[in-house]
Design a protein around this ligand. Structure first.
Ligand SMILES: Nc1ncnc2c1ncn2[C@@H]1O[C@H](COP(=O)(O)OP(=O)(O)OP(=O)(O)O)[C@@H](O)[C@H]1O
Ligand SMILES: [Mg+2]
Length: 317
């Protein structure tokens, strides 16, 4: 059995909204990630995916709960401990251009992490450029270019190469392919799958498109309004998925066939859906199978099979 790299225990984030209200963006989430595994987090806009990622990377403070990284709680770190965490946890975001400095060459950008963390001297790092760029299937000539002289797909490859340059223990990709053209997106997903195998990467891959998330992950966590509603192996997803919300996501993925696939419909999530409701199942207002108790009681995630958990009263036998 592979060792656990990351464990979230009752992870909660509450944002103050206005003077008297608060928004429970992430509600008591439990998740584990083993070394070499790739876990997907999927759910529609505003369900708390990025907030989880940002808490894991210590870019957002945790309200409650624990984040165990290699068994150690990393929710209250000193500045130097946080730096050490950033050496081990790298994040790739949706918009690659925003990460670059406009006047910094690709080569300088790529070697920055190696130098910053004292892994290599500047000249040693320059010598590594062919390897770093080759890893993401880019020619070494690109090292002399400025970021605006690259395509969006090339920019994201460079950002991935930089994240991997310091050999992090965990790579978090937050909607990393969402802004790209479908064909470019497909290439980057293929690249990620290859890198995952070759480098034995541990990945947290976040997205709103279930088919995309499924294509690069071993296991999938489905979130709704800050809560984990189902967790299951990617294999057999179609057959095993059982939560009414997961089923709906699946239907919207497969109903139009793969080619004409529309994005999962992100309906007008009303504010009550957005985590303001303090009791009851968050999905209850939209659920076709809701029962009386769903309005007052919140279901907890129960194990129903191997690696399969579900939080739904309608699925209790
Ligand atoms: N700094 C903040 N202050 C207040 N509310 C916030 C803050 N950051 C996020 N939120 C709220 O928390 C909820 C979860 O946001 P989050 O960005 O995690 O969603 P997401 O699942 O990543 O959505 P998307 O798919 O659009 O990226 C949203 O309702 C959002 O408005
Ligand atoms: Mg997000």
């Amino acid at each position: 059995m592979a060792e656990t790299l990351l464990a979230l225990r009752g992870l909660t984030k509450i944002f103050p909204v206005g003077r008297h209200e608060s928004l429970r963006a992430v509600r008591s989430v439990d998740l584990t990630l083993k070394r070499g595994e790739s876990l997907g987090i999927v759910g529609e806009s505003g369900c708390g995916k990025s907030t989880i990622a940002r808490m894991v990377a210590q870019l957002t403070e945790v309200t409650d709960g624990q984040i165990l990284f290699e068994g150690r709680d990393v929710t209250r770190l000193s500045r130097s401990q946080r730096r050490e965490l950033w050496r081990n946890v790298q994040m790739v975001f949706q918009d690659p251009y925003s990460v670059f400095s406009p006047r910094m060459t690709v080569g300088d950008f790529l070697t920055e992490g190696l130098v910053h963390f004292g892994i290599a001297s500047r000249s040693q790092a320059r010598d590594m450029l062919p390897e770093l760029l080759g890893r993401v299937e880019l020619p070494v000539e690109l090292a002399e270019r400025l970021p605006h002289q690259l395509s969006g797909g090339q920019q994201q490859r460079v950002v991935i190469a930089r994240a991997l340059s310091i050999q992090p223990k965990l790579l978090i990709l937050d909607e990393a392919t969402s802004a790209l053209d479908v064909s470019v997106q497909r290439q980057i997903l293929k690249l990620l799958m290859r890198l995952k195998d070759e480098m034995d990467l541990t990945m947290l891959f976040i997205g709103h498109d279930l088919a995309v998330v499924r294509s690069v992950t071993d296991r999938i966590a489905v979130m709704y309004a800050g809560q984990l509603v189902e967790e299951l192996p990617g294999e057999g997803l179609r057959e095993q998925a059982s939560h009414p919300y997961t089923r709906r996501l699946l239907d919207s993925v497969f109903s139009t066939g793969d080619r004409g696939r529309k994005q999962i419909a992100i309906e007008d999530l009303s504010l009550i859906d957005r985590g303001r409701r303090m009791e009851g199942c968050p999905y209850q207002p939209r659920c076709a199978e809701a029962q009386a108790r769903c309005a007052n009681e919140c279901p907890r995630l129960r194990t129903v099979g191997d690696g399969h958990g579900i939080a739904c009263f309608a699925r209790e036998k």
